[in-house]
Design a protein around this ligand. Structure first.
Ligand code: DOR
Ligand code: ZN
Ligand code: ZN
Length: 455
């Protein structure tokens, strides 16, 4: 007997035509896609006239737990994820303690297993002298990848070039990289230190990113290790990767991620939206959008859209990196970098679909199919027999400005407040259970499970 049949769904995938069918679920898996009328079912829901896409896999979140629950924890972060159509998150290691060893990884896994409303994977962080611990977590298939910070950002994780080379030589599996060259950042931090509120793009300029990406390409050429470059933000980085991958994009095992904030915010766009300031003006500038790598100029922002449209970017990840409003209100040098975003990724991309920038099929590629491929999540990313029953039902609501009431994550703000966008999805299912509807959590008892590469 089926646990659930979603009837008359218009199923969207990346490369196949849309198809109207019933989605039949048993024990958290999709067991049949076709005609579900004949089988007995515990529950039936109609998706007549609605689009159904696979749940979003966000390969890049900072859920802050253990260590910084005032910014986020697994319950609050995963509720935010579910509310926005994200059914799987991969959590970054710059927590406290950082996720560097089996013990720390298990500590985080225990928190996630107890509290996460969506499925989860856990990155292991790279640091000097830890390659054995990394290999143990990668070879067992437990960690979803090895995260490297080439430039210092939030938290203590940072590797120098020697450590990076040894990582390429001695470890196995996918390496995910925050690519900004620390020596460039160091010089500019010092040079700008007497300026009270410098331009973040001057302190962390595009060239820091391109130098790091160039170095990464050399290392991948030498070692042929799969590398996923996080948050590309400039045309120059995308050009370097494109040239290195060659015409068939397969010459080197490099894949790339882009974040919605680098598509929707720019340093020289006058603030059409953003948080209200005390004087009544609004701005998308200042420390609210202080993030690493920085929000770039508008030419780069538009170039990133082209890269997305031309299939030069593989995945979209939110880099959900929440800090409280009080922290973001501090002066430039004290305000932490990072912005929340796990719950606005899909609304923003569905808005782009409405605006004719990209197709819904392309959204499914970027947010579902490609992350599943890059991270080796074989039972995710598609609505197909044998796959996990993680999917999202979309209605056709009008665009409306995002308000603080829409925000579910703990810090309760978004750099996109005030921006007209497609509201959150009608229904979000994790392992065949309805978790969220129209942006609200409707079943807080659902728990996701650990997703492992290869499974
Ligand atoms: O802006 C950022 N914030 N960039 C990062 O690399 C880390 C993140 C965070 O954890 O706050
Ligand atoms: Zn980063
Ligand atoms: Zn990040």
């Amino acid at each position: 007997m089926y646990d659930l049949v979603v009837e008359d769904a218009t199923i969207v995938s990346g490369w196949e035509p849309r198809r109207v069918a019933d989605i039949c679920v048993e024990h958290g898996r999709i067991v049949h896609v076709g005609d579900g009328a004949s089988g007995a079912a515990r529950a039936r829901v109609s998706a007549a006239g609605k689009l159904v896409m696979p749940g979003v896999i966000d390969g890049h979140v900072h859920f802050r737990s253990p260590g910084h629950p005032h910014k986020e924890d697994w319950a609050s972060g995963s509720r935010a994820a579910a509310s926005g159509g994200v059914t799987t998150v991969l959590d970054m290691p710059n927590t406290n303690p950082p996720t560097l060893t089996r013990m720390e990884w298990e500590q985080k896994r225990a928190l996630a297993a107890e509290h996460s409303r969506v499925n989860f994977g856990i990155w292991v962080g790279a640091s000097a002298g830890r390659n054995d611990a990394i290999n143990e977590l990668m070879d067992s298939g437990d960690a979803c990848g090895i995260k490297v910070f080439m430039g210092a950002s939030t938290g203590p994780l940072l590797v120098d070039d020697d450590t990076l080379v040894r990582l390429f030589e001695q470890t196995r599996g996918l390496i995910g990289v925050h690519a900004e060259e620390e020596s460039v950042l160091e010089v500019l931090r010092t040079r700008c230190s007497s300026v009270e509120a410098p331009n973040h793009n001057v302190v962390r300029p595009p060239v820091a990113a391109t130098i790091a990406v160039r170095r990464l390409i050399e290392l991948v050429e030498a070692h042929l290790r799969p590398v996923h470059i996080c948050h590309l933000s400039t045309e120059a980085e995308s050009d370097l990767v494109e040239a290195a991958r060659g015409v068939d994009r397969r010459r080197l095992p490099i894949t790339t991620e882009i974040c919605p904030h680098h598509l929707y915010l720019s340093a020289d766009l006058p603030a059409a939206f953003g948080r209200p300031l005390e004087n009544g003006a609004t701005t998308a500038s200042g420390n609210w959008i202080k993030v690493n790598p920085p929000i770039r100029d508008d030419a780069d922002r538009r170039a990133m859209w082209s890269a997305v449209q031309r299939q030069r970017i593989d995945t979209i990840g939110s880099d959900h990196a929440p800090h409280t409003m009080a922290e973001k209100a501090l002066p430039y040098w004290s305000a932490p970098s990072g912005i929340p975003g796990v719950e606005t990724t899909l609304p923003l991309l569905l808005t782009a679909v409405r605006q004719g920038r990209i197709t819904l099929e392309r959204v499914v590629q970027l947010c579902c199919e490609e992350p599943a491929r890059v991270f080796g999540l074989k039972a995710k990313g598609a609505i197909r027999e044998g796959h996990d029953a993680d999917f999202v039902v979309l209605g056709e609501p009008d665009l409306r400005p995002l308000t603080s009431d829409d925000i579910v994550c703990r810090v309760a703000w978004s750099p996109f407040e005030g921006m007209p966008m497609v509201p959150k999805p009608d229904a979000v299912y994790v392992a065949g259970r309805l978790v969220a509807s129209h942006g609200r959590i409707v079943d807080d008892d659902v728990r996701g499970s650990l997703t492992r590469p290869g499974a």
